[in-house]
Design a protein around this ligand. Structure first.
Ligand code: FAD
Ligand code: DLZ
Ligand code: SF4
Length: 508
């Protein structure tokens, strides 16, 4: 009997499990652009355009390889509007009795497929290095699930940067070398960009017409949309940026959106590239003497360490993870996250770049927009939805642990051993934002004081009970205790006034 083989918009890999289980002679592939996936959160137009264009081209390549593909465009009059509805329609059309799918990367969609009135078999998505079973076994019985130990297991498992059972350079982690402040000059023109072809332009027109009120610019779309292009983007990064990736991994510059970052996450997460091939290319660059160990180890750790680890946490913790709010933060996400005016130069730049590119690099996400949300006590569910909407690489399995866990400490410390908060001093050290800011990063109180400076202490005081006993945070509390009492009162009353102005919708 005919089987339907479902391929989702982030499953665009020829070796995806459902495709491996399919029979070219009898089975029919179903791919569908649907309103529900594009609007359950209002995804950035560049993200929708990327997914749809890549889906159309993937479908074309499958047809070229002899597969029968039923592809639904968003504007097809018969389009049922959701993945299950499209499966039902195609089942009726073909008489198929069964659907084979690769397990989606979001509980919401897993649930929708399991509830669909069809026989659906979900196969494990094995485009990752660690299976759910392996992650569960690793997590079992551990008091703390620290990424570093998981990462070492992944190094051993893959053999990446290993020699005779030991880590190359006799150290697992070279992060110490990867915290250089913003350089004066960047000798890299940024990620490879791709002129939209006819298919991409059609998709862009469709997206512009269908989602006019989604936050973000569609103009300037220049992402790769095929595996062949993504491979070229990868080679470009390895050749031109990887050697300096490590040194300036945590730096930020007003005038440079990408520094030496890869901007490969959209391709990796959509399935156009695989994690192992990227890491092997990076390792080769080290073995060829093209890139230093701190850059290559740091880069590989992000992929086989952090990326695999956050996925493990997402599936281990279950569907309620995205609703966690350990710090009981309740403030609404301020309008400045949607591009309303702000006098904070760092926030204004990070949000503007997000609107324009659907991309910000890790430290912008963690230490600018994430840091501000955490300090200001914003509802983590709203923060999570914002990150899921605005970034081209955002799929819940990877976005939610990074936001709920790493950035907002809303999981109570499963991912982060302490909250990622900082005053303006850190931002000033790692960037040149403060030089062009309305506020003064040196001022600790008063009208001109950097909001991060007052909110930082306000956050620590609000959560004193929880954090003052944390060995990694004792220093911060001791610094506070050493301050003059009058100064401390002024800091807290300035913070309170600032938050009131934020709540009142004033420009801060
Ligand atoms: P590079 O800095 O060049 O890193 C190389 C690769 O490592 C990335 O392509 C990515 O695949 C991987 N990587 C690096 N850090 C992480 C991480 N913490 N978790 C998972 N993979 C990582 N990443 C996403 O892929 N999707 C998301 O939705 C996402 N949301 C985030 C939300 C917050 C609040 C934070 C703090 C981080 C988030 N990240 C997310 C992680 C990270 O910011 C992005 O992976 C990275 O910015 C992608 O850009 P890049 O390819 O230039 O990365
Ligand atoms: C993100 C996305 C978007 C915007 N649109 C579609 C779509 O129309 N059809 C589809 O199959 N997939 C889409 N996706 C990706 C899914 O949302 C993704 O598979 C789930 O969120 C699980 O990661
Ligand atoms: Fe951001 Fe404060 Fe620096 Fe302004 S002074 S750019 S608000 S850290």
């Amino acid at each position: 009997m005919v089987k339907l083989i479902l391929i989702l918009g982030d499953q665009l890999s020829l070796d995806v499990a459902a495709l491996r289980a399919a029979d070219k002679a009898t089975d029919v592939i179903v791919m569908a652009e649907v309103f529900s996936e594009a609007t359950y959160v209002r995804h950035h137009p560049k993200k929708i355009a990327f997914i749809f264009a890549a889906m159309r081209k993937f479908a074309q390549s499958l047809r070229g390889a002899g597969w029968q593909v039923l592809y639904s465009q968003l504007d097809d009059t018969q389009n049922g509007g959701s993945v299950p509805a499209e499966l039902l329609r195609r089942a009726e059309e073909t008489g198929a009795g069964e659907v084979i799918a690769t397990r989606p990367g979001e509980w919401r969609l897993i649930d929708a497929l399991e509830q669909a009135p069809l026989k659906v078999t979900l196969l494990e998505d094995d485009r990752f290095l660690a299976t759910h079973g392996e992650f569960e076994a690793w997590a079992e019985g551990r008091k703390a699930l620290r990424m570093e130990y998981f990462y070492r297991d992944m190094r051993r498992k893959t053999g990446l940067l290993m020699e005779g059972g030991k880590p190359v350079g006799d150290k697992w982690n070279f992060d110490h070398d990867n915290r250089k402040a913003a350089p004066d000059q960047i000798n890299y023109s940024g990620p490879l960009s791709f002129e939209p072809d006819d298919t991409t332009r059609d998709v862009m027109d469709l997206v512009a017409a269908s989602f006019p009120d989604h936050f973000g610019a569609l103009d300037g779309f220049n992402f790769a949309t095929t595996r062949e292009e993504a491979l070229r983007a990868m080679a470009h990064f390895i050749t031109h940026a990887l050697p300096r990736f490590g040194d300036f991994q945590d730096a930020m510059l007003s005038e440079n959106k990408f520094l030496y970052h890869a901007v490969l996450s959209p391709y990796l997460n959509a399935g156009l590239l695989g994690p192992l091939e990227i890491c092997e290319a990076a390792e080769q660059a080290y073995r060829d003497g093209h890139a230093p160990i701190n850059a290559v180890e740091g880069f590989i750790r992000q992929i086989i360490g952090w990326r695999e680890y956050v996925r493990g946490i997402y599936f281990l913790e279950g569907p309620n993870y995205t609703g966690r709010n350990a710090l009981e933060h309740k403030r609404d996400l301020p309008a400045l996250y949607w591009g309303s005016e702000t006098k904070m130069h760092c926030m204004s730049k990070a949000v503007a770049q997000t609107r324009d590119e659907a991309y910000a690099h890790h430290i912008q996400r963690l230490m600018i927009t994430g840091n501000f949300a955490l300090l200001a006590g914003i509802d983590p569910v709203q923060v999570h939805e914002w990150y899921l909407e605005v970034y081209i690489d955002a799929f819940e399995w990877v976005e939610a642990p990074n936001t709920i866990g790493m950035s907002q400490f809303a999981d109570g410390g499963i991912i982060a051993s302490k909250p990622y908060v900082s005053s303006g001093a850190y931002i000033n050290r790692m960037s040149n934002y403060c030089k062009s800011c309305h506020y003064s990063v040196k001022d600790k109180t008063g009208e001109a004081a950097c909001p991060f400076n007052v909110l930082y202490w306000d956050f620590l005081m609000r959560h004193k009970e929880r954090f003052s006993g944390n060995p990694r945070m004792g220093n911060m509390y001791r610094t506070w205790e050493r301050m003059d009492e009058g100064h401390r009162d002024t800091v807290l009353s300035d913070a309170s006034a600032l938050l009131q102005r934020l709540d009142a919708g004033e420009v801060i």
